[in-house]
Design a protein around this ligand. Structure first.
Ligand SMILES: Cc1cc2nc3c(=O)[nH]c(=O)nc-3n(C[C@H](O)[C@H](O)[C@H](O)COP(=O)(O)OP(=O)(O)OC[C@H]3O[C@@H](n4cnc5c(N)ncnc54)[C@H](O)[C@@H]3O)c2cc1C
Ligand code: FES
Length: 273
């Protein structure tokens, strides 16, 4: 089990990579050595006016030996706008609490470890928290397929990492049709779950999905209909990140659960959508 720590993190790079999208690389040895796919870090930038409030981010790439992590983030408001202006030259004071939360597979009693064929469905920056999972699954020889959706081609910033670094097959859909299928990626996901997996006689053992909530709800329904276990990573605004403030609750069949400590990964069939 990974041990939660609060560690100062050195900013190594912070580059724009797509529309309102940036990748930040940080030296953060504890997180890099201990993070599990699906867990996240709670980031504080001490110069920010509301520096008491941390922001949660998934770890996208991780190099445990070098003690480095990368975060892919979308600029949506005050905090991420401030982050996008940070330069390594200014040596900003950044602290990360992490690793936080339950990883992919944690609730499944080992099913993830046993999964031989896995479908990952990513919407927008939801491709970030699935990358470490894809890397881990590919490293132990699992058969991984990825369906990825984005608004436009230039927002598919993780595509080359999945395809070229991991050698994983990725099917894409863009809202404006500039790459792959035009429209949402739900059609591709359905084809994979229903037609794709039956065609060669080996159904998926697991579907993991991260993206906008409507996408996760639809994928969760499709997986249920296809009889495939499904996990989703729920995004909530988070204040404390340690289970104390209840700002991040998710309605589940078992009652209200805190996304920060009981999640962010949940079994899709326990979420009340
Ligand atoms: C476990 C977890 C992992 C995440 N991983 C990533 C990641 O890898 N990359 C990434 O780009 N983002 C990620 N997010 C979302 C990210 O935390 C928010 O976008 C960020 O906190 C926004 O901060 P802000 O100050 O810029 O936005 P604000 O100015 O506070 O808000 C701007 C807008 O964003 C919405 N918003 C703010 N925080 C959240 C949130 N936590 N969830 C949903 N909507 C929010 C607000 O309602 C508002 O509409 C993750 C969230 C969680 C809970
Ligand atoms: S963020 Fe406070 S309980 Fe989850």
């Amino acid at each position: 089990m990974s041990v939660l720590a609060n560690e100062p993190a050195r900013l190594l790079s912070n580059e724009p990579v797509g529309p309102r999208l940036h990748i930040m690389e940080l030296e953060s040895p504890h997180v890099a050595k201990t993070i599990l796919p699906g867990q996240f870090v709670h980031m504080r930038v001490n110069q920010m006016a509301d520096h008491i409030l941390r922001r949660p981010f998934s770890v996208y790439r991780c190099d445990p030996e070098a003690g480095r992590i990368a975060i892919l983030y979308q600029v949506v408001g005050y905090g991420t706008d401030y982050m996008a202006e940070l330069s390594p030259d200014a040596n900003p004071a950044i602290e990360l609490v992490g690793p936080v939360g339950r990883p992919w597979g944690a609730r499944m009693g080992g099913e993830l470890a046993d999964a031989g064929r896995v479908l990952l469905v990513a919407g927008g920056v939801g491709a970030a928290p699935l990358y470490l999972l894809a890397e881990q699954l590919a490293a132990r020889g699992a058969n991984v397929d990825v369906v990825m959706g984005a608004q436009t081609e230039s927002a598919l910033v993780t595509l080359s990492d999945y395809r070229d670094r991991l050698g994983i097959g990725v099917e894409c859909a863009t809202d404006d049709g500039t790459y792959g299928e035009r429209g949402f990626c739900t059609g591709l996901a359905k084809n994979r779950m229903v037609a794709g997996c039956v065609a060669d006689g080996s159904p998926y053992d697991l579907v993991c999905c991260c993206g906008p909530e409507p996408l996760m709800r639809i994928v969760s329904d499709m997986a249920a209909q296809a009889g495939i276990p499904c996990q989703v990573s729920m995004e909530r605004r988070m204040a404390c990140g340690v289970g104390a403030c209840l700002s991040c609750v998710v309605d589940t069949v078992g009652g209200k659960r805190r996304a920060c400590v009981d999640g962010p990964v949940f079994d899709a069939d326990e979420v009340v959508w």
